[in-house]
Ligand binder design. Structure first.
Ligand SMILES: *Cc1c(COP(=O)(O)O)cnc(C)c1O
Length: 409
């Protein structure tokens, strides 16, 4: 019996009907024939970024020189933060800054949060969270003499509110979780988990690296306290682009972050003796930002804001849905396992597969111009960035994967 599955013509028709298809031409093209399905690791460059970088060097830097700090550059961390907040994070202005890396921001916010619950000694985190988050929280716990409880939440469902409720109590100062699991793509119920944490009196800190630009996030509305995330994945900010940090407004003046730099000083240019943190979100800044890289974050953000996150999410679900249909027809019978949620509402922007030969599959796919993410020992992740991925590419990649898996397994 053959399972009915979408044909190449079906995929072409989906592309023809795709309202987001023209967006692909607004990115710098890949090499001809290359199918790039790793946009959840590094987003492709917006074409506008080339002009932004050139203008920044030839005009703002070369001509206006140091005056550019005051005419524009000093505002960028705030302005781009507000832009991200409005279009992708559900955050009202004055709560997001673009600065430092995700890891450094996680450190600053976690380290600022725990003294706000001085009688509590526990940080709760997912054992399977992205390693840098775990290491940084280990460091914060060691520095503050706290206990870090690493909980083995289910990888396929992500941390559920019930599972979080079982491990968070009156001793918990901070709960740190990923919204979208970087392994499985599972989406956590952020609103319900925030409610669980709040009723226990704990603060929440979310890692949004795999959410920003891929799935809708409503930080203000769902009661999140703190969040961090990177801009170089779905948001196409560029390699090593600075990350963002969100601090809920009522918390801002009650938290002091641990890196006391002049950009966070109340009176930065008076340069007085003694650190005195600025009011508001500015106190979470540290030092001079990488302006070239920072400025490019705006291009990715503005480009993706044109269709908006709802349209991006709808296409993302259609892309991952197509891949899962083809998986059912072709790959499951060859012993490949779906290593993430099946339901559209529960899966993020990438699809994870497991097979003992994953590393060999990844190399063979690359030899056939399909770039996916390989995670030893046995995972392959297909990151289907909705702004840059076509249905035909997904179909072709699944077809090549089928050929390789049939040959090798
Ligand atoms: C990519 C990623 C990071 C990266 O952190 P950097 O500080 O930019 O190296 C952190 N957390 C998650 C969940 C990620 O996916």
């Amino acid at each position: 019996m053959t399972v009915h599955h979408p044909t190449l013509d079906d995929a072409r028709r989906l592309d023809a009907e795709d309202p987001l298809a023209p967006l692909r031409d607004r990115f710098v093209p890949t090499l001809p024939g290359r199918i790039y399905l790793d946009g959840h690791s590094l987003g492709r460059p917006p074409a506008a970024a080339q002009d932004t970088a050139r203008a920044l060097i030839t005009t703002e830097w070369a001509h206006d020189l140091v005056n550019s700090w005051f005419s524009r550059w000093m505002r960028l961390q705030h302005d781009i933060g507000d832009l991200l907040g409005r279009h992708f994070l559900g955050a009202a202005p004055g709560q997001v800054v673009v600065t430092d890396s995700t890891g450094v921001n996680l450190y600053k916010l976690a380290r600022a949060a725990v003294p706000a619950r001085p009688e509590r000694r526990l940080i709760v985190c997912d054992r399977g969270i992205f390693p840098t988050d775990r290491y940084i929280l280990e460091g914060v716990a060691a520095e503050r003499g706290l206990e870090l409880r690493l909980v083995a939440f289910d990888e396929i469902t992500g941390p559920t509110p019930d599972a979080v409720a079982r491990v968070v109590d009156e001793r918990t100062a901070l709960v740190c979780l990923s919204h979208v699991d970087y392994r499985s793509g599972a989406i956590a119920d952020m609103a319900a988990i925030n409610a669980v944490a709040r009723s226990a009196g704990a603060l929440t800190l979310w890692d949004l690296c795999h959410s920003a630009g891929a799935v809708p996030v409503e930080l203000d509305a769902c009661g999140a306290d703190l969040a961090v995330g990177c801009t170089y994945k779905y948001l196409s900010g560029g390699p090593g682009a600075p990350a963002f940090a969100y601090v809920r407004r009522p918390l801002q003046d009650r938290l002091t972050q641990p890196i006391w730099g002049w950009f966070g000083h109340r009176d930065q240019f008076a340069m007085p003796q003694g650190y005195d943190p600025a009011p508001g979100i500015r106190r979470f800044l540290v030092g001079t930002p990488p302006v070239l890289s920072l400025a490019l974050v705006e291009d990715g953000c503005r480009l993706l804001a044109e269709p908006g996150i709802a349209a991006l999410r709808a296409k993302s679900q259609a892309l991952t849905g197509l891949l899962i249909e083809l998986y059912d027809a072709w790959l499951a019978p060859l012993g490949v396992r779906l290593a993430g949620p099946r339901e559209a509402a529960l899966r993020g922007g990438h699809v994870a597969f497991a097979h003992p030969a994953a590393e060999r599959f990844g190399k063979a796919l690359e030899a056939e111009e399909v770039i996916v993410d390989v995670r030893p020992p046995d995972r392959l992740r297909f990151g289907l960035a909705p702004a840059t991925t076509s249905f035909t590419e997904v179909w072709t990649a699944a077809d090549r994967f089928r050929g390789i898996a049939a040959q090798m397994s």
